[in-house]
Design a protein around this ligand. Structure first.
Ligand code: GZL
Ligand code: ZN
Length: 312
């Protein structure tokens, strides 16, 4: 009996019978849905109990969720912060409760001693890759660009706007003539693109669309078609995420380029947490995921097939 008892004790200490609270932004895009799917799968595989909260894009719901996770005494908190500001107080509360917080796919302006680490891409770099692709595409021709920005105040919207402008810097022939948030959704991407087309004499003067994510681009493609124009030809389309549906659009010649953002942020996050739980190992404050440009030349149909069952 003693041996059995010792074995059970060892199992309970060693096994990851951990409870993790996940404050997810919502399900505004296919990419976000895939991130949630993969996080649930990883938690399952690793034997964690995942307490999931969908904030419906509202920061106050995320703050309330974090407070409830702290009250529950979870072993860690995952946070995908909808906007970059306003987190100091609640992150301080988690710190005082000695609960490690890992940021997923977006950054916060809080001091980095208020979270264990942040897992995400170089969002500025993504925008720059998109800008550089457009610059290479148009050469010396004049190009009037419209921009669908992500959620106002979110780090991807801020950084992807900056990066794209870095990518076209010095190109006097490329001009961003309209820029507005589409909140990362297909619906708003479509309606804002409709307003751009109306404001730009039906769109004949628009050379390209830069969308901060594929979902807004997909909505915009619908609007462009309804306006009687050919997306991917009359108006070049470059966006970010590499969701399956953008590859379908590319295969149909209706989109031109996307920068991949991996939806697997949970893997690196859980690896860092396991090291921290085991012996207090402090990871670097930023664990960067890779970004990769895909164009119509990169087997879009094959890329669609590879991604279509990943939970987007
Ligand atoms: C970027 C991530 C963005 C995705 C969008 O890291 O936060 O949020 O690009 C999602 O699809 O809405
Ligand atoms: Zn770069």
């Amino acid at each position: 009996i003693l041996l059995a008892g010792a074995a059970l004790l060892a199992l309970s200490v060693g096994a990851s019978a951990q409870t993790v609270g996940f404050s997810q932004i919502g399900s505004e895009s296919g990419w976000r849905a895939a991130e949630t799917t993969l996080t649930r799968q990883q938690a399952e595989e690793r034997g964690y109990t995942l307490q999931f909260s969908d904030a419906q894009q509202r920061q106050e719901n995320q703050i309330a969720a974090i407070r409830s996770f702290v009250a529950q005494g979870v072993d860690a908190i995952l946070l995908a912060p909808v906007v970059a500001t306003g987190w100091d107080a609640v992150l301080q509360e988690a710190k005082e409760a000695e609960i490690p917080v890992v940021l997923l796919d977006r950054q916060v302006d809080s001091s980095d001693d208020l979270y264990l680490t942040a897992v995400g891409s170089d969002l500025v770099h993504e925008g720059k890759v998109a800008g550089e692709w457009l610059a290479s595409e148009v050469g010396d021709n004049n190009c009037r660009v419209v921009e669908l920005q992500g959620t106002t105040g979110s780090s991807p919207a801020i950084d992807r706007a900056k990066g794209f402008r870095d990518g076209i810097a010095g190109k006097a022939n490329i001009e961003i003539v309209r820029s507005q948030t589409g909140d990362f959704t297909r619906t708003l991407g479509k309606s804002v693109m409709e307003s751009f087309l109306q404001a730009e004499s039906g769109g004949k003067d628009i050379c390209a669309l830069y969308a901060h994510n594929d979902d807004m681009a997909i909505g915009a493609i619908q609007a462009i078609k309804e306006a009687g124009l050919k997306p991917g030809q009359d108006i070049k389309i470059v966006s970010i995420d590499a969701v399956p549906d953008i590859f379908q659009a590319m295969a149909a010649g209706e989109a031109n380029a996307t920068v991949e953002l991996t939806p697997n942020m949970a893997g690196p996050a859980f690896d860092a947490l396991e090291a921290f739980w085991k012996d207090g190992t402090e990871p670097s404050k930023f664990i960067q995921t890779e970004s990769k440009l895909y164009t119509q030349a990169d087997d879009p149909s094959g890329e669609y097939e590879r991604r279509k069952d990943l939970g987007y």
